[in-house]
Ligand binder design. Sequence first.
Ligand SMILES: C[S@@+](CC[C@H](N)C(=O)[O-])C[C@H]1O[C@@H](n2cnc3c(N)ncnc32)[C@H](O)[C@@H]1O
Length: 384
Amino acid sequence: MGLARNSKIAKTTPLTPGSGIGSTIYPTRAVRLTFSAALRRPQLSDMAAIPNLLTGLRGGSRGRGRGRGQANIPGFSDASSINPATRFPRSEQAIRATDTDAAVSRLSAVCAGYLEDPFAEHFVEAASATRRLPIINRGTYTRTSAIDRLVDLFLAGSGERQIVSLGAGTDTRAFRLRARGERVLYHEFDFPDICAVKKSRVDAGAIVKLIDKQDGLTDYHIHSLDLRTIAGKEATDFEGLRINIPTLVISECCLCYLKVEITEEVIQWFIKRMPSLSIILYEPIRVDDPFGQQMVENLASRGVVMPTVQKYRTLKDQEERLAKLAFVGVSSESTDKIWDRWIDEDEKERVNALEGLDEVEEWNLLASHYAVIWGWTDESIFQK
Ligand SMILES: C[S@@+](CC[C@H](N)C(=O)[O-])C[C@H]1O[C@@H](n2cnc3c(N)ncnc32)[C@H](O)[C@@H]1O
């Protein structure tokens, strides 16, 4: 793996000046600060609203519950009751709600100055916007920056490249890459109801306007799919999906919600079809210690089960998981170490100055329970 330790993680998209709080244009820094100040103050209970890093530690999450219910889905691991209002089982609602939480956390990190992402505000309804605690903002920053860094390594190779984001939700990476001129073919998969909302936001035009490129948002596809049903599909079922170019699959807190055997099926689906495949996973780990146990219990009380965290408890387990699935190279890092080793000192200083962080021990504890794991079937992919 050619990822240099201590290398500076570049900030993502250049600032695009604009005006207006919550407008379709990215706010200037002055406006951004006003916007930030207008967000609800963070509460300790917000800890619970983070779906991915640090989520589920202390309580519940807001549900969205859109769309139609689906019965008898293979891999569905929840036995709790169906909510008649939404027709989704409770855990299904909670899993869908994690996307809202991710979007709110992203916007919070942007407004506080951690990340530059002019697209984030377009996926959060004003009423949901919440200012997260500094520890949460740092988590969002570290995780986003780490995956961005690996994506950059993947894109640094010559020739056409394809990215597949599993459970992409309202993630903005595709837009950020396009805005900086990347020509990568980008596919996103998520539940039909989540995709419908995303499509409507993209179709509204503001995203394409922000990208500010003559050819706008090309080579971008949103695929409505419950990933638990992918085994019955062919590549040709997904418009624009290529099997003959190097492909990077990203699961940023998505596969962790599926049964272990189904996650294997999903990854195998890509391995079988794509000779040059890389993967990035972002998932919780280390449920064996008291903190990890508490995390699992709190998630369970919300009806959320993360089967992979029970099976792959350590970085070693996670690496072996990929190695068994035909990845010839695998690597991993916990989020606390990513902060320590991947972010250069100047950037750390900048980030530390944004809000200050008193709870350093708590940060280390929380961040050590999440990890980025990456692998490749083609030697050349993550090498530089
Ligand atoms: C925590 S969110 C992460 C969203 C995005 N990857 C990010 O990091 O901002 C998890 C996403 O996975 C999606 N997801 C979970 N299970 C899924 C399944 N079986 N099929 C498709 N999408 C799924 C959810 O709908 C949600 O959008």
